[in-house]
Design a protein around this ligand. Sequence first.
Ligand SMILES: *Cc1c(COP(=O)(O)O)cnc(C)c1O
Length: 433
Amino acid sequence: MNGTTRPRSHAAFARAKELIPGGVNSPARAFGGVGGEPIFFADALGQRLTDLDGHVYLDYIGSWGPMILGHRHPRVVAAIERALATGTSYGAPTEAESRLAELIIAAVPSIEKVRMVSSGTEAAMSAVRLARGFTGRDKLVKFAGNYHGHVDSLLVAAGSSAATLGVPNSPGITAGTAADTIVLEYNDVEGLERTFKAQGRTIAALLMEPVVGNMGLVRPTREFLAAARKLTLAHGALLVFDEVMTGFRLAYGGAQEVLGVTPDLTTLGKIVGGGLPLGAYGGRRDVMDHVLPAGKVFQAGTLSGNPLAVAAGTATLEELRDNPPYARLERHGARLEQGFRDAAAAAGQPVWIARVGSMMTMFFQRGPDAVPVTGWNTACLSDTARYADFFWKMIDRGVYLPCSQYEALFFSDAHTDADIEATVAAAAASLAA
Ligand SMILES: *Cc1c(COP(=O)(O)O)cnc(C)c1O
């Protein structure tokens, strides 16, 4: 945890802090949720990470989602090398972009046309502008604890009561921007109904993570999803699924394939870029044809559809299509879940464990009984100090978990039966200690 066990990481962090705010280029990496200093890495291969000091870890973050095939998958590396040989950026269209678009459209049930961007944030920002341009309305509905990138109008966390008007949770976001965002509690059907009844004519879009990964893993109820679809349809608002995390992760067609709900627009990121910077948004043809130059809603990008990112994304999707890992990921997920559950029970630690496929969160609770985590109001009750203790004990045993109670863990197709068993054993030892 300190400079004596990882002197090179310690020195690298000291230097980075002088040059980069907080020493990191994205705050989730700073270990703020568990205390101590971030670990700097030198190498990643398959399911393993090696830090600057030579320690090896089983990776349960996978770059926060993209690395579903593991690091440096041969098919992805070969595709990037082929693309590299013919140029890294043209600022002009390529056939490769249509091949990736075709793969996305074939995979994701609701997507009829798709536009590529460079990050999940950009995808969400663009989907919001498109929804407003298409409907001619201003208001957005989102849920507390759902993350859609650092878009001003979506970086609003909210008070805990349903239907409160948003207050910005970052300096630099104007009150006016925040006021156009209505924040509700996830899985609160009544809150949704009340909001649409009162303000339905002003709502451009309802944005949601169809399975939440960004407050820890939280599953939607069937009634909640049905209400989201029914109310948006009835009031002429667009339903936007943010599948930046769940797309190609829960199934090849994303959460919408698993849940059987068809949104109007979908945002993608993470896996769709195969570990390089690429995002996308897509959906109904009549809506997407409002994007410039087909329509009038402006959205552009110098590096959009970048050849290297498109190559990595295409190779990743082709591999997932040709050799679907989902049955194996589910089997490994079920074993991991049961192992963690047994370990917590043996240690007398109350937990709520939520999992879908290869995404999982073990919420540490204060007990005595486990409380179902259904949204931010229940997630925020977690015992984050106990999580931090568990996190560092797992690090000592060579298991790299997310550095926050409020992030889901991910594993890859490169994780073996033996890796999963080793992780379960590490969890049992860490919880008993
Ligand atoms: C990661 C994430 C984003 C933001 O994507 P970036 O590529 O980090 O900008 C948006 N929505 C969800 C659900 C995410 O998990």
